[in-house]
Design a protein around this ligand. Sequence first.
Ligand code: FES
Length: 98
Amino acid sequence: MCVNERPEGGKGSCAGRGSQAVLFALQSGLSEHPELWASVSVTATGCLGPCTEGPTLVVYPEGVWYAGVRAEDVAEIVREHMVGGRPVVRLVYQWPES
Ligand code: FES
């Protein structure tokens, strides 16, 4: 989970868009699923790249990227992806073609 913070202006940052609340929601959401405690870790990190689309997080080992995540989206990500193994398509970030 990107928690990078930049000064106001420019491209901004995930922290400026509420990533700390998303991080807390992830930690809280996973605390309700002890069956995941041995297999899922939530790690705060610096910039992941798609700053203007943040808050951004990536789920490994699948390598599924999420962007524009709000705290209220997290329960769905935990339930559908981390428990059910199905990424939440509406929040999946698609990298631009290079
Ligand atoms: S600041 Fe979060 S992806 Fe760059």
